[in-house]
Design a protein around this ligand. Structure first.
Ligand code: MSP
Length: 471
């Protein structure tokens, strides 16, 4: 049995879960469920990023002890992941004692590539990133993402020698040994890599104490990204356990805003540890509202919980996985969402199921469950390139095709004319095709496809309430 490891980015615990966080979870979950459908054994990691200045500051502003603050937020994220029906197997908190201990061991293993030097430059706490003079100049001293002036820092830091690994990383990316998706981001990352200096990987405790202590130096804590990236390994037990069954990861899902950390620092850490690089890092775009970034001040923030509570989880997953593009920035607006719900989920899929189930129930049709996992090659190809929106389009063409086929074959006319045998063949054939489509749809809409499989197993029983009641 093939073993696969799939990961999600671990969100900062400086606020509530928002709609953007759902993206990593949904994509990774589809990927995990797809491979399970093929019979592979899959571990799917999720977790929370709890250290760093941003979180420390937020807790201080709210006058809540920082540990209590991250505990509360972690609980909210766990609820959110459960609400999205994410099939994760492993959960890591960066404040877990085991994570901290393993992270320190990772640091020690990287020792040969770490040196101490003084840093004079800029930092953005919002981005949790050291910023170059060039960027500060280009942005006139203010971070465009956080609308806050960059902070001037002068401190003694440990550095990771990116220079030791640059050539190797470049080769691996160029040859797709580390596949960066989408393709056009690859060039961007190669450019950043070529310009990347050695990176600072610690902060003096005097400036920031909320982090993993650097081993053998009680004046420093690790830079939050070293701590955070290590999660992908520590959750598997590394370096205390042999992880070769699970590592390298099949796919790591991240947003485009954090691809740079995963394409430069992360490969350097892995090479420094003597570990192989992940097979694929897939980066998604941002979720916008009417083309704009969602922000509290504009008042266009969409609460994912409200969407799920009003329309159901699979309606949310549907929109997210079909209409929010896997790779590009995409819009979430209520109008677009409601149109997709009524015109596609209710009209195409809901009606298809209702029509076939009603006809089959009336005519006493019995269906044998499909035992073979017979997945169309066109679908498999797209899924294995992580082209989830395109795979979803492929499935939807089949759903619409089946509706057309019913119209052409008019089973109701066969029933009316008493052509029982023909009717049975016609309905059984249509239902078998629906069940094949249902299987392909199952990584995307687990609840709905479960319900559909139940309706058509054995004696068909038409659902009393439509799967997607029109709103
Ligand atoms: N803590 C880091 C990740 C560390 S991974 C070793 C972080 N956290 S985050 O909370 O800012 O973002 C978590 C994930 O959510 C990232 O993949 C990010 O791209 C994604 N999103 C956050 N806002 C988003 C949108 N508006 N749209 C889509 N995804 C976005 O970065």
């Amino acid at each position: 049995m093939t073993k696969r490891y799939i990961t999600t980015a671990i969100p900062y615990m400086n606020g509530l879960p928002h709609i953007g966080h759902a993206m990593d979870y949904c994509l990774a979950d589809v990927c995990a469920r797809y491979y399970r459908l093929l019979g592979d054994e899959v571990r799917l990691q999720a977790g929370t990023d709890e250290h760093g200045g941003k979180i420390f500051q937020k807790a201080a502003d709210l006058h809540i002890p920082v540990q209590e603050y991250v505990n509360n937020n972690t609980n909210l994220f766990k609820e959110f992941i459960a609400k999205l029906n994410i099939s994760y197997t492993d959960f890591v908190r960066t404040t877990d004692e085991a994570h901290v201990r393993r992270c320190q061991k990772i640091w020690e293993k990287l020792q040969d590539h770490i040196y101490l030097a003084s840093y004079k430059g800029w930092y953005c706490t919002g981005c949790e990133r050291f910023v170059t003079d060039k960027e500060v100049e280009e942005n006139h001293g203010v971070c465009p993402d956080h609308q806050k002036p960059y902070e001037r820092v002068e401190e003694e830091n440990y550095y990771l020698k990116i220079s030791d690994f640059k050539e190797q990383i470049k080769e691996l990316i160029l040859n797709d040994k580390l596949l960066i998706l989408p393709e056009f981001r690859k060039k961007e990352m190669l450019q950043l890599l070529s310009e990347s200096p050695d990176v600072s990987i610690s902060r003096p405790k005097a400036q920031l104490s909320w982090g993993v202590p650097v081993p053998n130096d009680d004046t420093q804590v690790m830079y939050v990204w070293i701590d955070a990236l290590s999660n992908y390994l520590t959750v598997l037990g590394y370096p205390e356990k042999d992880i070769s069954e699970w590592w390298p990861a099949t796919a790591q899902f991240v947003g485009k805003d954090i691809l740079r950390f995963h394409a430069i620092i992360w490969p350097a850490m892995l090479l420094g540890l003597g570990l192989p690089l992940p097979r694929t890092i897939s980066s998604h775009g941002m979720i916008l509202s009417n083309g704009q970034k969602m922000s509290k001040s504009i008042g266009n923030v969409i609460d994912p919980i409200e969407v799920i509570d009003r329309y159901g989880l699979d309606a949310f997953r549907y929109y997210f996985l079909r209409h929010i593009d896997t790779f590009a920035d995409s819009d979430f607006t209520w109008t677009k969402f409601e149109d997709a719900y009524n015109n596609e989920l209710a009209n195409d899929l809901g009606n298809l199921v209702q029509r076939l189930a009603t006809l089959a129930e009336k005519n006493g049709i019995t269906i044998e469950a499909i035992t073979e996992t017979n997945l169309a090659s066109g679908y498999r190809e797209l899924m294995e390139k992580y082209e989830f929106t395109r795979a979803f389009d492929y499935i939807w063409e089949k759903v619409q095709g089946l509706n057309r086929k019913i119209d052409e074959e008019k089973p109701w006319a066969l029933a009316k004319n008493g052509e029982k045998e023909k009717l049975e063949i016609c309905l059984t054939n249509l239902i078998q095709k629906l069940l094949e489509v249902n299987l392909m749809l199952s990584p995307f809409l687990p609840d709905t496809t479960n319900k559909i499989a139940n309706i058509f197993s054995g004696q068909v029983l038409s659902p009393k309430i439509p799967l997607f009641p029109k709103k």
